[in-house]
Design a protein around this ligand. Structure first.
Ligand SMILES: Nc1ncnc2c1ncn2[C@@H]1O[C@H](COP(=O)(O)OP(=O)(O)OP(=O)(O)O)[C@@H](O)[C@H]1O
Length: 246
């Protein structure tokens, strides 16, 4: 079942085109990761899929009644504002103490309900954001660089948690990530964007593809190559599942 389908989407900010010709869909239970250089439009794509940024061209269709749990890249909380975790989790929908205790335990931070949001560590904060998204009982979790600022064990355990959630709830997971080796091991499909879709496919297919090796290299070198990728040509991106390089 297709949860979200974008067809021929372009997004402009003011007069500037940030995304163009995006064809994208995600189905129930899939884990899809968006990668790409800084400023390539990853967050904008999530926002367009969420419906908070209107496309200049094309359409975004969401399944009727779709519930989205969104974990933003940044969430600024005024340090002067006393906001205990339990109150944060009750915004905008009031939640019972039992529900809050259960979801905090589920995401691995059982003891923070009374703690102020601004005093949480980076990893605790991300887990609380995830808890808030899970309270939506989402059909799809959308995560925008959820592990930015976490150390390697923190990153690994966060993604294990996401994987557990997917298995328990059957929700789809669409994330933006720079953790390329985690992305490659934990995604059903990887989509590389740089204003448009440069290449996409399953990690194993993409990893084995000569186009991918030529573009991204392997291992850490691959991550570096990805972010140094110079996009100096035009092409029509393919719409099938085969890997193709941009
Ligand atoms: N609200 C906005 N108004 C104007 N320009 C914007 C706005 N949001 C993003 N942009 C611009 O659109 C482009 C894409 O931004 P976006 O945040 O989608 O990229 P990204 O791939 O998520 O980047 P990063 O990896 O750095 O988070 C950037 O050039 C950015 O400056």
């Amino acid at each position: 079942m297709t949860l979200i389908q974008a067809s021929g989407v372009s997004v402009h900010y003011g007069g500037r085109r940030v995304l163009f010709d995006i064809d994208f869909s995600i189905t129930k239970g899939e884990i899809v990761t968006i990668v790409g250089p800084n400023g390539s439009g990853k967050t904008t794509l999530l926002r367009a899929l969420l419906g908070v940024v209107p496309p200049r061209r094309g359409t975004v269709a969401r399944a009727r009644g779709l519930r989205v749990g969104y974990v933003p890249q940044r969430l600024h909380i005024d340090p002067g504002l006393p906001l205990p975790v339990r109150r944060f989790l009750s915004l905008p929908t009031r939640r019972s103490a039992t529900e809050i205790a259960a979801v905090l335990a589920r995401v691995g931070v059982p003891d923070v309900a009374g703690q102020n949001m601004t005093t949480l560590s980076g990893g605790q904060f991300q887990r609380v954001l995830l808890a808030r998204a899970l309270l939506m009982e989402p059909d799809i979790l959308m995560l925008d660089e959820p592990t930015a600022g976490l150390d390697q064990p923190g990153v690994a355990s966060f993604y294990r948690l996401i994987d557990d959630m997917r298995h328990e709830t059957g929700c789809a997971v669409l994330s933006v990530s720079h953790d390329l080796h985690v992305v490659m091991s934990a995604s059903d499909r990887v989509v590389c964007i740089n204003g448009h879709i440069c290449c996409e496919g399953t990690p194993s297919v993409v990893r084995a593809a000569p186009e991918y090796r030529a573009l991204f290299g392997m291992g850490t070198g691959g991550a570096l190559a990805l972010f140094q990728h110079q996009h100096d040509h035009e092409h029509d991106h393919q719409k099938d599942d085969t890997p193709h390089a941009g």
